[in-house]
Ligand binder design. Sequence first.
Ligand code: 8YV
Length: 317
Amino acid sequence: MKPEVVVLSRLGPPAVMDALEEAYELHRLWETEDREAALDAASSARGLVTTGSIGADAALMDALPALEMISINGVGLDAVDLQAAKARGIAVGYTPGVLTEGVADMAVALILAASRRLVEGDRFVRDGTWAEGEKLALGWSIRGKVVGFLGFGRIGREISRLLSVFDVRPLYHEPEAIEGVTADYRGDLVEMAQESDVLVICCAGGAATENLVNAGVLAALGSSGLLVNIARGSVVHEPDLVAALQAGHLGGAALDVFADEPRVPGDLYDMNNVILTPHIASATTETRMAMGQLVVENLAAYFSGAPLKTPAPMIGL
Ligand code: 8YV
């Protein structure tokens, strides 16, 4: 008999769902209206597939008494209660490495889109303003600018590498300086924001980074500064962000992630200096295929008694 696996959200390319379907008896939770009844029906499920953004809390694990393995389609671990998983002896796999490039590409796209007013320009053409003889305001060039990275792991470093062709000067903020990294370290986030033209958030979410980007950081980034977030909405204090944009204390923002997805602060909708995208930094066919493959491989490893290909780090728990 195939092991039962709960899947919380449809995973990207059909081939990934097909591979899951072939190997497991799936409980497709996103298809059901009555989540509680669906979880009751999944009481013998041994596997759970979730995403980086949905995660899995202790209550969900409690609702699945036979759960032995969680396979996350994502690199972020902040939404998964690893402590609860560890206490229950539940194995956890995730998908590091394979989305680095896709997410980094998106960060660069957002920087260029914001600095060159691409989204605003598109609206300008479509709503007839251009045809009326108006001129779109000038954009600005990323070339030679200072880009501060909040978080300088795999993704931050890849964004920095891509931006090197624009001769940007990278700075980074982390709790500790990283050995062997050529970008300049700044131990003080406000200081780094002050020096930066663009602040890119690419750190992990969770308690350690919650609301790190607050009014002080945004004011330091300044009235011509750009905030880019492809990491987690929780890193930004959203009311402070809205206030900074309304007051003109911040130049603009390009945001792919939000504190309470899919809800986005309504005040941002009318701001032309803000780009809003629906958490799609890893959403290319290529990247989601690679992520989905790892999700499937981690499950297969677990159910064949082999070590997970990419186990979530459980250090310090
Ligand atoms: C996606 C992510 O939201 O990797 C992560 O942590 O947030 C993203 O890649 C998602 O997990 C894809 O299903």
